[in-house]
Design a protein around this ligand. Structure first.
Ligand SMILES: [Zn+2]
Length: 271
């Protein structure tokens, strides 16, 4: 699909000097201070800068994630996220292949989305998946190359959170929608020892950390039993951070036929 360079640029600011980025030629964005940034031919831009120490998802992890998500295993989570989101400019931080962002856009016909992820392969897939998705390779832990006071909603689904930077890019009263696992999320799979423990990343901790910058609007638990096929078991393990560690051990022994999906969906309004 054709790359909409003005639309891509309209999200972005220069990672060097923070001035707005504008198209300067067919595959270049630039700022008023002369900094130039190449756009990837596949339709997204990398503004990672140097020094990022974090690893993006591998192609194998993305394939596993696609199989789980496109198969509908987490569709109730996507529906809850989509129901929470409003507005014309939606950023998905840690978007992966854009599954939750596409769901949010489906409910907002005039909205466009920015899929932000550390993995260029993930962002390429997200951009390819929808004409209404622009793509940015960036590190959530660093200052975001996104304009201030622009965004109507930031999605953060099982992804790192940079609460001050999300606050800066959100417009006043814009929404931060966060999905965090509850303690029993995928518990039967974790009990088999094939997945690393989910970080003790509880909704209460997020709400507390966000309190100076965001007001909690809603906290919606989403929980259900998910029947497991062999493929789904393997993919659920393969999509997560444990995949890097599990690969060396060969095929995991997963003798469970259902697992509990259990998350909190938080909607926080920018103060
Ligand atoms: Zn600049």
């Amino acid at each position: 699909m054709p790359l909409d360079l003005p639309r891509l640029a309209a999200w972005l600011r220069c990672p060097v000097c923070a001035a707005d980025l504008e198209p300067v030629d067919r595959l270049t964005l630039g700022c008023a201070n002369g900094h130039r940034h190449d756009v990837n031919k596949r339709g997204f831009i990398s503004l990672l800068g140097g020094g990022s120490k974090h690893l993006g998802d591998t192609a194998e992890m993305l394939d596993a994630r696609d199989r789980v998500l496109e198969g509908g295993a987490y569709s109730p989570i996507a529906a809850a996220v989509a129901a929470a989101v409003t507005g014309a400019h939606i950023v998905d931080a840690g978007a992966g292949t854009g599954y939750y962002l596409r769901g949010a856009l489906a409910g907002s016909p005039d909205a466009t989305g920015l899929a932000m992820d550390l993995s260029p392969q993930a962002v390429a897939r997200a951009v390819r998946s929808s004409e209404r998705v622009d793509g940015l390779v960036a590190d959530t832990w660093r200052p975001l190359p996104v304009r201030s006071d622009l965004v109507d909603a930031v999605l953060d689904v099982f992804a790192p959170r940079n609460l001050p930077e999300f606050h800066r890019v959100l417009r006043p009263a814009g929404l931060l929608v966060v999905v965090v696992p509850r303690a029993d999320h995928l518990a039967s799979l974790r009990a088999t020892g094939t997945m690393l423990d989910i970080p003790s990343d509880k909704a209460d901790d997020v709400i507390h950390a966000a309190e100076p910058l965001y007001a909690l609007q809603t906290r919606e638990p989403v929980a259900y039993d998910l029947p497991l096929t062999d493929d789904l078991r393997t993919s659920l393990v393969g999509m997560g951070p444990s995949a890097r560690h599990a690969a060396a051990d060969g095929a995991p022994d997963l003798d469970v036929d259902t697992t509990r999906v259990s998350v909190d969906v938080l909607t926080l309004a920018r103060r």
